[in-house]
Design a protein around this ligand. Structure first.
Ligand SMILES: [Zn+2]
Length: 283
């Protein structure tokens, strides 16, 4: 009985052990299956996931266009007076910057030329826009209104009213500048006179810093109004205009009779409004 019981107990223990082993094997097999599925899933996710930092596509930006400057004269200190031309005629606009070296006209004229070179603004069809970056490069270098010889180039043009003595009301006289030793005595003025002889349908001079658009002669009024509309500067006559002699405004009016506009800028920035206003002179 005891033995039998023992034998039965032994048999019972052996069966229980087998079941435990069997359950453990199933458990292990199940675990291995779960791990395998998990590993395959992770592998699949890793293989199908896009790279976190895909290589950027190669983009070739166009190189900034160079402004096609060419020399049209040279100052008394040997600095070049340069012009750049954009678009094709038959009509032509001349924009002149930097007659007075201590103003913003040169900076804005050169920015305008750069913007045209970069195709930021379109020259109207049928027009060529000529831009003189700095008519008075010595004055810009020195930071003076006059050129290196103390002459206000904008009193040195060969007008009918050119005078060796400036009007006391003229700011240039008050600042001790001279109109030169004779009409177009200065190399900068001669370069401009020669270039104007090519023939232009409108001329715009850039000065500062009044924030207005001034004009010479009735023929210029509609152009001034068109430019004012886009630039945001009002049309206004400068109060001292009657006292000045040998100016570009006077010269272009009496010699060529085409629209002659003086833009008094407010600052050194070329805004899109100012650029549009300048191009409005093509009309
Ligand atoms: Zn000026």
């Amino acid at each position: 009985m005891r033995t039998g019981t023992n034998t039965g107990a032994t048999r019972g223990s052996t069966g229980e052990l087998r079941r435990r082993v069997y359950r453990r094997r199933r458990l292990i097999a199940g675990s291995v299956l779960v791990l395998a599925v998990a590993a395959i899933t992770v592998l699949a996710v890793v293989l199908t996931r896009p790279a976190e930092n895909p290589p950027a596509p190669t983009v070739t930006l166009p190189a900034p266009a160079a402004v096609p400057w060419r020399d049209i004269g040279v100052s008394s200190e040997g600095r070049a007076v340069k012009v750049a031309v954009f678009g094709e005629g038959p009509q032509a606009l001349l924009v002149i910057g930097g007659i007075h070296g201590d103003e913003y006209g040169g900076v804005v004229a050169r920015a305008f030329a750069k913007a045209l070179a970069d195709d930021e603004f379109r020259v109207p069809s049928g027009w060529a826009v000529h831009v003189i970056g700095s008519l008075n490069p010595d004055g810009e270098h020195l930071g003076t209104r006059a050129n290196a010889r103390g002459v206000d180039v904008n009193r040195n043009l060969p007008t009918d009213n050119w005078s060796a003595v400036l009007d006391p009301e003229d700011r240039s006289a008050q600042e001790g500048l001279t109109p030169g030793s004779g009409p177009a005595s200065e190399p900068e003025a001669r370069a401009l006179v020669d270039y104007l002889a090519r023939g232009f349908d409108a001329v715009v001079a850039l000065h500062s810093a009044g924030g207005i658009i001034d004009y010479d002669g009735d023929v210029s009024l509609e152009t001034a109004q068109a430019m004012a509309e886009l630039s945001g500067f009002p049309v206004e006559h400068l109060s001292y205009q009657g006292s000045i002699t040998g100016s570009l405004g006077q010269y272009v009016s009496e010699k060529y009779g085409v629209p002659m506009i003086t833009v008094e800028l407010e600052g050194p920035e070329l805004t899109s409004e100012i650029a549009a206003g300048l191009l409005a002179a093509c009309r």
